[in-house]
Design a protein around this ligand. Structure first.
Ligand code: SF4
Length: 346
């Protein structure tokens, strides 16, 4: 009977050290292998050139490295890169490299599909199949970092968890991945350059605050009126704005860090004065900044980008109320890599 080999990256450094001691080797060997697995992102045991051939063969006999594989890579004419990433069980997720003049950002996925059902989002049409492991999240970042160096001559500067899936529904694995990404034994990135973007799960926002996480929080708000938000994001019925507000106040009290609100304005849905007024009021609860995001229609979707006049109304009213607002023009539209478009179509 064939023995199913264990994924070596499921072991902690301490467990790896112990494994080598049990094999009659030195604990130090565990450190060497750990460095190959994470800092050097080795795909094969053969690559571990400072480890003896016998040890590499022994590792091969006992373990696998379930590395992701970039199945297809598309480059947009604006420099955006989209990867369709094949996981060890054949499932596919997508991640995107977004270059601007000052930064290169990786937008990574946290789940295969999504269990939430935001009406404007292409991913919502794929049912959630499973959570990603920490190493599958980490590998997406490593792949994008390589592409950033190759195509833009600079390392990756920022990460947003805004790809497929709701990161707070896969909290433990997202946290483990971020720990590896920020660890000097991993990629050594500053947590200040990482943003977890959630549709707003109040209980988990409070948990993050209690866990004293050091990364940034963004909330996809899209409406500050319950009835409207529920039509856009039906789970708002379960997690209404009152609960979201309370969790954000808790976050700010504990972390003293501003929140970003992601906000898309759609024609006939949230482009009226009452929508703007409700949003401005919501923005005053907790120190925040606002990202107004250009919308990318998905095939046969009912949602359409609002007029420039409606956008200007939003921007002017927010600014009059001293709320910092940025407008995010969409990137990678020609390759379906823009916000809300990730749906494994490539
Ligand atoms: S917007 Fe995010 S949370 Fe909502 S369905 Fe799409 S992937 Fe899921």
């Amino acid at each position: 009977m064939e023995i199913k080999k264990k994924d070596i990256r499921a072991l902690t450094k301490e467990q790896l050290r112990e494994f080598f001691v049990n094999q009659g080797d030195k604990a130090f060997r565990g450190n060497q292998v750990y460095e190959w697995l994470w800092q050097k992102s080795a795909h094969n045991f053969e690559d571990m050139t400072n480890v003896s051939k016998e040890t590499r063969q022994m590792l091969e006999a006992n373990f696998v490295i379930n590395h992701i594989k970039v199945d297809t890579m598309q480059r947009s004419n604006d420099g955006t890169v989209k990867n369709a990433v094949r996981l060890h069980d054949g499932l596919i997720v997508e991640s995107v490299l977004i270059p601007t003049a000052t930064r290169t950002t990786a937008c990574v996925s946290s789940q295969v599909g999504c269990s939430l059902d935001c009406k404007f989002c292409a991913t919502a049409r794929l049912k959630r199949m499973r959570n990603l492991n920490p190493d599958e999240i980490y590998d997406q970042v490593v792949a994008i970092d390589k592409e950033s160096r190759l195509y833009h001559n600079r390392p990756l500067s920022n990460i947003v968890f805004m790809g497929m899936g709701e990161p707070l529904m896969n909290y433990n694995n997202v946290i483990k991945a971020i720990d590896k990404i920020t660890s000097p034994e991993g990629l050594g990135m500053s947590p200040k350059r990482i943003t977890v973007s959630t549709s707003g799960v109040p209980k988990m926002i409070k948990k993050m605050a209690d866990d004293e996480v050091k990364f940034n929080l963004a909330v996809s708000l899209h409406s500050a009126i319950d009835e409207v938000r529920t039509t856009i994001m039906p789970f708002n019925e379960t997690f209404p704005l009152k609960d979201l507000k309370e969790s954000l106040e808790y976050w700010y009290l504990k972390t003293n860090r501003k929140i970003s609100y992601e906000y898309v304005v759609w024609k006939g849905i949230n482009d009226a004065q009452k929508d703007i007024d409700a949003f401005v009021k919501f923005c005053k609860y907790v120190p925040c900044k606002v990202n107004i995001i250009e919308y990318n229609p998905i095939d046969d979707g009912d949602f359409q980008q609002a007029s420039n006049l409606a956008l200007e109304n939003y921007i002017n009213t927010l600014e009059k109320n001293r709320i910092v607002v940025n407008v995010r023009r969409s990137r990678g539209k020609d390759i379906d890599a823009a916000c809300g478009q990730l749906a494994n179509k490539s």
